[in-house]
Design a protein around this ligand. Structure first.
Ligand code: TYM
Length: 335
């Protein structure tokens, strides 16, 4: 019904490394849970990924692979728009315009920029610096109401809101000011090897993360090796990052509260708990991997999903972009 127009969700994952359990719990799982109540756009944000050097052959393959994993996780590619960011040129166009409404000081405060520039000291390119502006463009282009992301994107989201508010303040209402959506359990899943750092898909230590395509033996091995302390208590406590992280993962997957988990494993040790965590992960990932194995063979279907997604996304993006052009004072296009 027209007067029941659904609100809009936009979110994306960079096609780097592999989709981890952190990406899944922090973002993808919530996309699946929210998709029926919103008009959703889910993008593989390939433009973002080249802020770090990528091998072209690998990148092209990984982009398709990520998109298939979105679908395998349960994203309905027919009711939602699932597409590659580079197929909708309006993202880059709006990003340029928004660059002119974003301050150097704001961008230099971004922790992800500081972090990435220290990791890639030989390639601190301008794209890495203006990356959050492209992210703001992704979001604002579709008049997005809600952005489901993990905790690490909070600062970028705040910036997107600030840019929208600033632009609206100068030119009048142009952009919807978006809200973030972060899960109660699992907005920040930590590395299994260094539980004081977040689980990262570009971690060179494969034991630090679980890929959603990791098969059961790999999951068991990685969870067994996960760093914990030696006191064998399954209880959430400050400073016990390793066990806290495993409890968070278990809670996010089983939807049990910390108290329920603590009661369930009262009197049991890390060995039992780790096996339960591994089993919960394996059960969660099994149907995803089965769908992935089938879908990845269906090239025609995948192509149809991302082509159709980008076409409709373009028509939505054009609306916002022409509004922005009018606002800033560009001459109307007559073609
Ligand atoms: P990216 O590709 O690093 O991560 C994708 C999503 O996964 C979440 N995430 C995590 N959640 C919980 N625990 C973790 N350890 C963890 N690691 C990652 C991220 O918060 C994110 O939601 N800049 C974004 C991609 C992006 C985007 C956007 C997101 C570009 N444009 C517009 C939303 C809207 C990024 O690098 O995410």
């Amino acid at each position: 019904m027209e007067n029941e127009k659904k609100k809009v969700i936009f979110s994306g994952i960079q096609p780097t490394g592999c989709i981890t359990l952190g990406n899944y719990i922090g973002a993808l799982k919530n996309w699946v849970e929210l998709q029926n109540d919103y008009n959703c756009l889910f993008s593989v944000v390939d433009l973002h990924s080249i802020t770090v050097r990528q091998d072209p052959v690998q990148l092209r393959k990984r982009c398709v692979d990520f998109l298939v994993q979105y679908l395998a996780c349960g994203i309905n590619g027919e009711d939602n728009l699932v597409f590659f960011q580079s197929h909708v040129p309006q993202h880059a166009e709006l990003s340029w315009i928004l660059n002119c409404y974003t301050y150097m000081g704001e961008l230099s405060r971004m922790t992800q920029f500081k972090d990435k520039s220290s990791k890639h000291a030989d390639n601190i390119n301008a794209g890495l610096f203006t990356y959050p502006v492209l992210m703001a463009a992704d979001i604002l282009l579709y008049q997005t109401d809600l952005v489901p992301v993990g905790n690490d994107q909070k600062q970028h989201l705040e910036l997107a809101r600030d840019i929208a508010i600033r632009f609206n303040g100068i030119y009048g209402d142009t952009f919807t000011v978006p809200e973030g959506f972060m899960p109660k359990a699992g907005a920040r899943i930590m590395s299994l090897q260094e539980p004081t750092s977040k689980m990262s898909k570009s971690d060179p230590n494969e034991n630090g993360f679980i890929s959603i395509l990791d098969r059961p033996d790999a999951v068991v091995r990685k969870i067994k090796r996960a760093v914990t302390d030696s006191d064998n208590l399954i209880k959430v406590r400050e400073g016990h990052d390793g066990i806290n992280n495993l409890i968070t993962i278990y809670s996010a997957i089983t939807k049990k509260s910390n108290e329920e988990i603590e009661a369930e494993f009262d009197g049991k040790g890390y060995g039992d708990f780790k096996m339960a965590v591994a089993e919960a992960i394996i059960e969660e990932l099994k149907p995803i991997q089965q769908r992935y194995d089938e879908l990845i063979k269906d090239k025609a279907y995948i192509e149809q999903i991302y082509t159709n997604g980008a076409k409709i996304a373009q028509s939505l993006a054009r609306r916002t972009l022409s509004k922005v052009h009018r606002r800033v004072g560009f001459v109307d296009r007559k073609f």
